[in-house]
Design a protein around this ligand. Structure first.
Ligand SMILES: [Zn+2]
Length: 60
């Protein structure tokens, strides 16, 4: 599956959310939200920490 990074936005935890969100790569607390275009007009959102968000941003 080919996915391309559209945008990277700072992710702020909502006080209403009971469970914190974690980085999908390393499991640290998420601080960034990455929007990917995965084709067929589908957008996928994945959460990353600061370190991993920089890695995905430069991978493409
Ligand atoms: Zn991470």
């Amino acid at each position: 599956m080919v996915k391309s990074l559209i945008a990277l936005k700072p992710f702020v935890h909502s006080p209403k959310e009971k469970k914190p969100k974690y980085c999908s790569t390393c499991g640290s607390l998420a601080t960034q939200e990455a929007y990917f275009d995965v084709g067929d007009r589908v957008t996928m959102i994945e959460k990353y920490c600061d370190v991993c968000s920089k890695k995905i941003a430069y991978r493409t």
